[in-house]
Every structure is written in C-alpha cells, then in structure tokens.
Ligand binder design. Sequence first.
Ligand code: ATP
Length: 216
Amino acid sequence: MVDMKQLQALFGGTFDPVHYGHLKPVEALANLIGLSKVTIMPNNVPPHRPQPEANSQQRKTMVELAIADKPLFTLDERELMRNEPSYSADTLQAWRQESGEKAPLAFIIGQDSLLTFHSWHRYDTILDNCHLIVCRRPGYALTMSEEAHQRWLDAHLTTRVEDLHTLPAGKIYLAETPWFDISATQIRQRLAHDEPCDDLLPAAVLEYIHQQGLYR
Ligand code: ATP
C-alpha cells in the first residue's frame, strides 16, 4: 500500500502576479496524483534578469491572498526574504538536506520551464534531489528541441504515479492537467491597458493590485 501522504511538493516562480494558470493546474494535479500539500515559494530574481514589477512584499501578499481559502497551499518565504538571488537547484538541495535522504520530494513546473530546463543554473543536480512534475501549458512544444535533451527526458520519464510517492527523486512525470492559457505577462499588459482580468486571477489579488497601483 503506497503512503500518499509522503510526497512533498514545491512550486517555485516569480508570481508577478500569481494567477489561475498557477493555481488551477496544481489543484488538478493534487487530485490526479494525491498531493495533500503544495508549498509555493516565490523567488528572488537574479540581477541579470528582468526584475519583477511588484516588490517581494507585494508578491508575497498576493500569494497569501490567493491561497487564503485554499488549504492545499502553503507559502514559503525563504527565497523572498533573502537578499541575494535564489537558484532552484540550490533551494532544492537545501530542501533535500532538511528532509533526509529517503523523503519523496517533487518540484512542480510548467511545460515552458521544462523546455528551458537545460539553461538553468546547475540543472543537472536537480533530479538528484527531487522529481520533476510538469503541468501542461498551451502554446509550448510537447517535445524538447534538442535530441540530447529529449534523450535526457526519455531516460527519466515515468508514467507511474507510485514512483513519485515511493522513490525519493529522479523521475519526470508529465501530468495530464487541464490547459490554462494565462501568463503573468499577459495580465500585466492587460492591466496596463485597463482591460478586464477577472477570469485570470483571484478577485482578492486583483483588488490588491488596484489598491497598490501595480502594473499601470
Ligand atoms: P511571466 O509571464 O512573467 O513570465 P508566468 O505566468 O510564466 O510569468 P511564473 O511565475 O514565471 O509565471 O511561473 C511559475 C511557474 O508556473 C513556472 O514553472 C511556469 O512554467 C508555471 N506556469 C505559469 N503559468 C502557467 C500556466 N498557464 N500553465 C501551466 N504552468 C504555468
């Protein structure tokens, strides 16, 4: 009997702002594979990349508002509160050290992130520390653009949910989550043009954005 309570999942991102394209696929994923908790960890963006428009405190508050009525999610502020940039590889390594060798851990990403995964800082260490669970995202290829990357993907793929719950790390699972054609970029652009965004993110987050005068 597989213990479905063991698998811990982390969901990182910039969340500038958090939206339904983040929340809904992960809620569906939790039902599909049996996840009882997902930790959302907003990141600090490295200085050489475009900076978020909302500051750390605002991104944190938006996540708090978005998950207030969703017990599946918790917020981890550790990357946000750090002054230096955070790399997923380092965070996942620290998480492994805290959790012990045997705990099944997973990092949730969208399909777009899988396609650029090989450009991430120390990407090759990530599967040593956790599984990757990939949510579908419309508009992104389902296969890797380079043959070597596709071979890497094929070598790690699993279709067995039990693998995620019983093995500590090392598998990639392509989850059949519903597609949501929503991005933070699109929301920022719509808000800058005074266009409605009610279907794209929770009302409490939208209210906060207006109250703070963000993305204008
Ligand atoms: P931006 O438009 O500013 O680049 P984003 O909407 O892609 O932002 P991020 O905070 O960069 O949001 O994404 C965090 C994680 O959520 C990433 O792994 C990304 O792939 C995933 N994600 C974001 N939007 C979706 C979506 N609509 N469907 C599935 N996954 C998504």
